[in-house]
Design a binder for this molecule. Structure first.
Ligand code: ZN
Length: 377
């Protein structure tokens, strides 16, 4: 878990020491003191799909033909598909990682994965992960897979991950529920999924995906305490300095299925940013941040061109961005009020020299209704 900033500090120290050591080129930076800084530029991207079908809701679906075209593209463009475990462990161990690594994941365990995705992934020998929300499987709901089907996938080497039992909006406290009761309820929800997956498939899941990609600090602490690796649904790339309780993934589906977008996605690298206030943000009527929350960003040094830094708020386009006095510091604000539901502030900066390569950072804001009730979906 990397909620504390020391690995980042270690990276900066490592860079400085590498710079000092450079003239002679004979000394290595003091890597022992900063285990996560050995390969600070390591990166990988994880894609998230839901349905692979032409018959399911378009916003969360990719057609089988589009999916096959994406796999062909990943293959012919020379990308390497790694399991999520391989990606996480390489990053956590500060290992060297090739520049072209991608992970593949599916949320919710829909049947179309088995019929329209699995045969193609299996034929290529590519690993992937399915995040399972166990109450949907227990209830035998359609169009979800059955436990028998999930077990069959697991036996063929597919990784199963925990997506909670309830698939609820985890950060929302129920009326009258205090913090401790909320925590216990969510912990039980995660433990139930863990238990059902193990009972039904024999898999001890240790990867976790937040339903709707929604999380907050208390949840991250819980995920860490449970020894799980957490994945969100905010865009961006994973690197050794990522927070392993809330790793980014790129959602693919709806309007985001064309190959030129996929190319940009696959080339993405992590932009490491410290934001004030630290996200994710739940925007309640009591919050003093107003309808257009301002963030103060400190962007850590890297091989990107900050003169071309740009930030966008989902649903409303480019944000106001002003450079502050200290190096690498910026103030960003959306042009319009943040609406009820999920909003993401996404900031990107291009690589200094490699065309088409972007460093990416995403910040999640959740805004419940004014009566405190949570939005749906
Ligand atoms: Zn889900």
């Amino acid at each position: 878990m990397q909620i504390n900033p020391s690995p980042l500090l270690g990276w900066v120290v490592g860079l400085v020491m590498a710079f000092i050591a450079m003239p002679g080129c004979s000394e290595e930076p003091a890597l022992d003191a900063a285990p996560h800084s050995a390969h600070p530029e390591a990166h990988a991207v994880v894609l998230t799909y839901h349905h692979v079908s032409a018959e399911t809701p378009a916003s969360t679906s990719i057609t089988p033909a589009q999916f096959e075209a994406q796999l062909d593209f990943i293959d012919t463009q020379g990308f390497e598909v790694w399991s999520l475990d391989e990606i996480v462990s390489a990053m956590q161990n500060g290992a060297a990682v090739p520049d072209n690594v991608v992970g593949i994941s599916f949320d919710d365990a829909f049947e179309s994965i088995l019929t329209n995705a699995h045969p193609h992934l299996q034929a290529r020998g590519w690993p992937y992960t399915v995040f399972v929300s166990s109450s949907d499987i227990d209830a035998g709901r359609k169009p979800y897979m059955s436990w028998a089907q999930l077990k069959q996938l697991a036996q063929q080497g597919v990784t199963l991950g925990n997506h909670t039992h309830s698939h609820g909006h985890l950060t929302a406290q129920q009326p009258g529920e205090n913090e401790a009761q909320w925590r216990q309820r969510v912990k039980d929800d995660i433990a139930t999924a863990q238990q059902r997956i193990e009972e039904q498939t024999g898999v001890d899941a240790h990867l976790f995906a937040y339903p709707y990609g929604e999380y907050n600090h208390a949840l991250q602490a819980l995920i860490s305490e449970l020894d799980l690796i957490g994945f969100g649904q905010h865009s961006g790339a994973i690197g050794p300095l990522s927070d392993f309780t809330a790793l980014p993934r790129f959602p693919v589906g709806g309007n985001y299925t064309d190959l030129s977008r996929l190319r940009t996605t696959l080339e993405t690298r992590p932009l490491y940013v410290a934001a004030q206030p630290k996200g994710p943000l739940v925007l309640t009527p009591e919050s003093k941040l107003g309808a257009k929350p301002v963030l103060n960003l400190t962007i850590h040094p890297g091989p990107y061109n900050l003169a071309q830094l740009a930030c966008y708020a989902s649903g409303q386009g480019q944000m106001q961005l002003s450079k502050q006095q200290a190096a690498g510091t910026y103030r960003i604000q959306p042009k319009s009020a943040v609406q009820v539901g999920r909003t993401k502030y996404n900031c990107t900066a291009p690589h200094k020299t490699a065309a088409g390569v972007y460093y990416w950072w995403s910040y999640l804001i959740m805004k419940p209704h004014s009566d405190g009730s949570w939005y749906r979906g």
